[in-house]
Design a protein around this ligand. Sequence first.
Ligand code: UD2
Ligand code: MN
Length: 547
Amino acid sequence: MSYLAQQQQGQDKEELKPKLDADPAGVCLSGGDWLPNGNASGWGEFISLTPERSEKYYQYNLQLSDTVGAFRKVPKTRHASCDTHNYSLPPFLEARVSVVISFHNEARSMLLRTIVSLLSRTPADYLHEIVLVDDASQDKTLLEELRAWLGTLGRPRFIFLTNKQRQGLISSRNMGAALASGDYILFLDSHCEVNDGWLEPLLERVSHRPNLAVSPVLDPIDPVTLRYQKGNEMLRGGFDWSLHFHWHKRELTNQELPETPYSSPVFAGGVLLMSREWFLKLGSFNANLKIWGGESIELAIKLWLCGGQIEIVPCSRIGHIFRRHHAFDFPLQYPEHPMEQELSPAQATYLHNSKIIAESWLDEYKSMFYALKPAARRIPLNHTSHQLQQLRRESRCHRFHWYLRHVSPELSSMLYEFAATGTLRNEDRCLHHAGVKNSRQQLILVSCYHDDITQWSLFRSTGQLSTQREFCLSVEVPLEVTLKPCLRTNDTASMSQRWHRMGTSLVHNQTHLCLDNPLKGRLELTACRWHAVSQSFQFALEMERQT
Ligand code: UD2
Ligand code: MN
């Protein structure tokens, strides 16, 4: 039974009532009961004190969030067999769960719904505490008011932390984890709704394997309609050599059902549960990572390399609002550095964090990362790696090639798929896809340090020269170099998209002509001339020796 349900039936009910009663839209408890409306000091007034009202600020429908209530029913999204399965759970005294939520400028109704869903749908015996870290939000009284309200519940324990200065979610989660005292720790965003029975399937998996970390399947909640949808359990988490998160298709083995827990190279985003002791032993989230981004990839790599495993558990479902844009500003990272003119603070932060991951864990493969993200070379890092070296030594962590071989065949195959990859340089400029103009894809030559500089891959098997957005360098009659969506190789028109290397030239298969930049910024196909500088195109990373 959950806390709210227990409290509603038990003697603490009276204490809870004056606050939760006040919901003008009603507060629906787990059994579907609605408490009667009460005085104005409760939910209605509490949420009306959200200081900033614009939807742009939150990147979701605030008005709707304020009216759907602190608790609502959500559709059952997991497989029916998850309901009938008899979960083998650890004794609750050995599996106390601490939930850590860091938030920066979250709307009151949204944060509260996250908390109420936890209280309503988590078995009370296992929910040990909720740690709330207010990361310097604009709403200065929110945490105090929450304390006054939630503190009266008795159980679970609440810990409230306020950062006077913005620390970012990575440090904030670390601070929360350091103060937590449960056996397991769950990191959660502040705009989530846990679904019925979310915890039991996770606990069943981790209880017998102390080094296992698990993610639920995240069900998307639409930021405009707040509709709770079914997330996809046929995907594994991964990343590419730019260290960007990607989903990979999950293939079922013979015995496997869609609802069977499955191993994954990285977590399904940043929502994960693992032993607190194991998390601390791994050095928590890398403390050198700033503000937002990359921390769950970093944790996933170190976890696998240092003796852990990751699983996604489809019987556990947690709803999350996936926003299209960041709802917050990133602090300037390098105010004095010329790079700040080329990169936005958000880009600089993400690139900085990616560089830390590459430098910490990728070993010799970090050259792949730098080939794809040349701007990362210019990001300054101001810290030492003693702690990391110590962890790698003491925990006898594998080197990165072990991860490629045993954990992420997808990442590994990306190494062999290409004959060459990365930026494509001609003299001092790089070939760049600059979007669409007059309904034509624009191909230009720009500075190679442009942040979004296009990364090209020359596929070994097909000869296609593709951007990450799957546009291929093509030749149209009469001999015009263009960018077209990549065609399947069984399409005969795809012949116009095939290239091969001759030294540093790019030769078009059909015409035997070479890519040329004779007029600085105009791409043409001309007769191949050995050693012509205007025909010399170098990839950041050549996998094959140039003849
Ligand atoms: C995704 C992950 C998140 C984390 C992040 C990368 C999911 C569901 N979410 O977040 O867990 O891995 O990527 O770092 O997979 N916040 C702060 N301080 C800040 C900025 C954000 O506390 O300076 C809070 C924010 O209020 C939210 C959480 O951090 O609760 C994650 O941020 P987000 O929801 O804006 O970003 P999202 O969903 O892309
Ligand atoms: Mn989020």
